[in-house]
Ligand binder design. Sequence first.
Ligand SMILES: Cc1cc2nc3c(=O)[nH]c(=O)nc-3n(C[C@H](O)[C@H](O)[C@H](O)COP(=O)(O)OP(=O)(O)OC[C@H]3O[C@@H](n4cnc5c(N)ncnc54)[C@H](O)[C@@H]3O)c2cc1C
Length: 402
Amino acid sequence: MEFSLSKEQEDIKRAAAEFARGEFKQELIEECELNHLFPRELYKKAGELGFIGLDYPEETGGGNLGVMENVLVIEEFCKTDSGLGMAIHLAFLPAKIIKIFGTAEQKQKFLAPLVRGDWVSAVSFTEPDHGSDLTRMDTTLVEEADGFVLNGTKIFTTNGAYADFFIVLAQEDPDARPGRGMTTIVVERDPSTWLGGDLEINEIPNKMGLRMTSSSELVFKGLKVAKENILGQRGRGLLNVLDFLDESRIEIGAQALGNCEGAFLKALKHATKRTQFQRPIIDFQGIGHKVARMWSRIQSLKWITYYGAWLCDHGREKEGDDIVALFTSIIKHHVPETAKCIIDDAITVFGGYGYFMEQEVERRYRDNRIVEMYEGTVEVQLNNIVRILKKLNIDYINANLL
Ligand SMILES: Cc1cc2nc3c(=O)[nH]c(=O)nc-3n(C[C@H](O)[C@H](O)[C@H](O)COP(=O)(O)OP(=O)(O)OC[C@H]3O[C@@H](n4cnc5c(N)ncnc54)[C@H](O)[C@@H]3O)c2cc1C
């Protein structure tokens, strides 16, 4: 059993930490947070320095590495700042589905500009009437002689205002049974790529956190796109999405991991410096135990996240898809839920100061809350875990997983 990072992974983690410490400036954080702006220039810099697309193929400029290396970068970015870290990650994460299912041409066309930090990507799965339940889409996809026509409405698309392309899940066969008959297709933002129809993008304002991203409603009005934009096998759209989620949920977990690590560091510093009753507050057992418990929890979150990433990169063949999905769901519910408790404890350590933006723990709390929801809620992850546990033989669980 090997618990240490490779030299290359250590270098990536250190480089990401240095980049974040040097570039995530307070003025930028405030400007983007208060004005709800995506940090485009910073994103571009992250691309130029190789932090985007570490898991994409070399031909696209990517690093040909894995989920683990992305996790290390996201953890460090979010440790330094939840808002900037999550915004940068969410701009390139969606394109992972093209890395998995795209043709060589699609990878070149869509991933290469993304790796350079020039393009932003988005996924549009959720609809007003289909959130947790993606087994049927109301957005339709119809084949015509010269292209595919989309009609319908998507909601909560992250970075709708900034994305250069959207990966859309649509119902191609209206008579298919639940979970079937759906197809994924790439819609480009540039209207000159459309063969007809229109796409309306409406901003959904005033969200709790994640304010450096946009959240949008997308309305497809007979929008016709080229046939070569079909992504993966037709009719297999939901399965494509689920395969994507296996990897992406682990990286999303790394957002929460970094968020609570950053809150912990701030709280530890404050607890040792702040004195009340002539003593540093960490010497009061109520606070000292909180700090100790935060630390223990962080360690468990870190190792489960690293293990999930390792499973995705190296363990799938040996362990099988169910085990990867099992750990993906553990990470996706357990890390943000526990991170929420850790950040809440950090707010307690700060007392009244923790309630204000200046100490940034309140923002970490708000930013972290969404990690429990998007890409499948906590409840959906727990359903997955129960489903897989029911499917696995109890002797197998006993011998291999405990
Ligand atoms: C800020 C933000 C960004 C997002 N970004 C994107 C994006 O980029 N692309 C995209 O496609 N979507 C995105 N989403 C959508 C997100 O994935 C959904 O909101 C989420 O999956 C839940 O769907 P819903 O909101 O419709 O809630 P619902 O599905 O209506 O669920 C409501 C509640 O019921 C619970 N529930 C539902 N079904 C079950 C069940 N079977 N068992 C137990 N409990 C259940 C849920 O856990 C939840 O607590 C985003 C959402 C937000 C808020």
